[in-house]
Design a protein around this ligand. Sequence first.
Ligand code: IMP
Ligand code: MG
Length: 184
Amino acid sequence: MIDSATILARTGGRELRRIVYSPEEIHARVQEMGEEIAAYYPEGEDVLLVGLLKGSFIFVGDLVREIPRPVQVDFLVAASYGSGTTTSGEVNLLYDPEAELKDRHVVLVEDIVDSGTTINRLIPILRERGPKSLEMCALLHKHLAPHLELEPRWVGFDAPHEFLIGYGLDHSEDFRNLPFIASL
Ligand code: IMP
Ligand code: MG
């Protein structure tokens, strides 16, 4: 268990509502997901994990170390949450993966699927690049989106409908460094 002094030191004195997933729970689930991903792809085929920044940075770092097969890693940065873009099908790629997606098994790694807006804009762009396959791995899934261009094949946790922070997830850029996931 994490004592409240430790938590308050991390949050700068801000009280959290509750810890939703402990570091141990996260670790155990990430380990399972790593095994599941490895088992899914035929031996000898190229697998590229593409993490969606910034929220997935810790998840990707932990996940790749739990995948017992060769994988490559890249990232992309899309327009951030609340950017106010409403034009459907449009997404700003602020950083585009350097890695070629064509004819490779691509796994998009997301921190959390909430309204699905980000995913619904991103998936068509990635599909256009002709990957051999395209799957998604999300640490958290709120199951709120009425339609998703691609349902994540791997989900860490079916998340409660609360605003979650920690383990890479932020609130106005704060709290990414919490080793657990909490609600504000
Ligand atoms: P969506 O487009 O609504 O599915 O949300 C996508 C992005 O919004 C995620 O990748 C997160 O960066 C952010 N987001 C959504 N819900 C939360 C939350 O509960 N906590 C922190 N960030 C969130
Ligand atoms: Mg965010």
